[in-house]
Design a protein around this ligand. Structure first.
Ligand SMILES: NC(=O)c1ccc[n+]([C@@H]2O[C@H](COP(=O)([O-])OP(=O)(O)OC[C@H]3O[C@@H](n4cnc5c(N)ncnc54)[C@H](OP(=O)(O)O)[C@@H]3O)[C@@H](O)[C@H]2O)c1
Length: 336
């Protein structure tokens, strides 16, 4: 089969499409014929050596959708060969809904082999029926980013209808889901981005107020002036978190799940004086994944924001697009 392999951490150009044997599903696993896979910032970070526990050579990719091809011994599932499925990349979350178990949990695509290949082996518990109204490419765009955004918005962020949420860097894969979910939950949504074009795309998805953080240095003050902000969701880090502490109302929640531009320095005063809940989150449990996927089954015309679809052979161009931060939403690989 064809697979995207990484043998050294010298950047996206080190990715190679190679021929390797089709894997055999192990005990409790399902073999999936992957039809589409999606990129996450994590895949770029892995090519750059900026990720923990890198084991090379390896097949990358956390997100995928396709068809069930075969079962390993003892795989507990009601799925049949040929069923259309989508993969939850969070393996071994554990029993505690509050936090993953660091001893058992891992993500598909590092250290284990991932979805940028014609076939992938996945624990049976991580394979879900694909939402009927979505194409393979749309379904593949959902898993890691949708799961992270769902937990950030609803489980950690506790967003309620009618509340206002501020989403920073809306062009990102996870943040576009936060926007889609927040509008679905009938919240008022303020977004920021480095690009006016991306802000226009965000307005098309329902964003109520849009601010360019590149050209508007005091975007946080403008957001605050537009009414009380109950929740902020961020993955950029840097000086954004300090600005969010300034922007949100007393008693608000700020949820963070990444630090794309680096570490954050914050002032302590607004944190304690305003009684702000500063909350960390990562990925999500199986319960979160099932609830998140159900949103796409509810008969709503809800779709993930797919930026571009590349054939598997063009994986280097696809990852370079992410490196340039040109995308709005998810970059997808089609695996014919
Ligand atoms: N903890 C977890 O479980 C988890 C899960 C998924 C992702 N993450 C992390 O979350 C981050 C985003 O991941 P992703 O896959 O969504 O990446 P992505 O699609 O590449 O999105 C990154 C986005 O960050 C935004 N950004 C860059 N500089 C910014 C700044 N100064 N202020 C505000 N926003 C800025 C950009 O938004 P604009 O283009 O709109 O400016 C860019 O689109 C990464 O650091 C990733 O490692 C963590």
């Amino acid at each position: 089969m064809r697979a995207v392999r990484l043998a050294e951490t010298s950047g996206p150009a080190a990715l190679r499409v190679e021929q390797i044997p089709v894997p055999t599903p192990g005990e409790g696993e399902v073999l999936v014929r992957v039809r589409a896979a999606a990129l996450n910032r994590r895949d770029l970070f892995i090519t750059q050596g900026k990720y923990p526990n890198i084991v090379l050579p390896q097949t990358l990719g956390a997100d995928g959708a396709g068809e069930v091809a075969a079962f390993g011994a003892g795989a507990q599932t009601e799925l049949k060969v040929g069923d259309d499925v989508v993969i939850d990349p969070m393996i071994g979350w554990g029993d505690d809904e509050r936090v993953w178990d660091g001893r058992t949990s891992s993500l598909l695509g590092m250290p284990s082999a991932g979805t940028f290949a014609e076939y992938a082996c996945v624990p049976a518990a991580n394979v879900y029926v694909k939402p009927r109204g979505l194409t393979m490419e749309e379904a593949a765009a959902i898993p890691l980013a949708g799961l992270t955004a769902y937990r950030a918005t609803f489980v950690r962020g506790r967003l309620q209808p009618g509340e206002t949420v501020l989403i920073t860097g809306v062009g990102g894969g996870v943040q576009t889901f936060a926007l889609i979910f927040a509008k679905h939950a009938r919240a008022r949504v303020i977004v920021t981005s480095s690009s006016d074009e991306k802000l226009e795309q965000a307005r098309a998805l329902g964003a109520d107020l849009t601010l360019n953080y590149r050209t508007t240095a005091d975007w946080h003050k403008q957001a605050r002036a537009a009414g009380p902000i109950d929740l902020a969701i961020d993955s950029s880090g840097g000086d954004t978190v300090a600005k969010l502490l300034d922007a949100v109302r007393p008693g608000a929640r700020i949820v963070v799940y990444g630090g794309t531009v680096g570490e954050a320095t914050i002032r302590m005063f607004p944190l304690f004086w305003k009684h702000v809940d500063l909350l960390g989150t990562s990925m999500g449990s199986a319960q979160d994944f099932a609830e998140m996927l159900a949103i796409f089954e509810e008969g709503q015309p809800l779709k993930p924001a797919v930026d571009r679809i590349y054939p598997l052979e063009d994986v280097v161009s696809a990852v370079e697009r992410m490196q340039e931060a040109s995308q709005f939403g998810k970059i997808v690989l089609r695996i014919d």
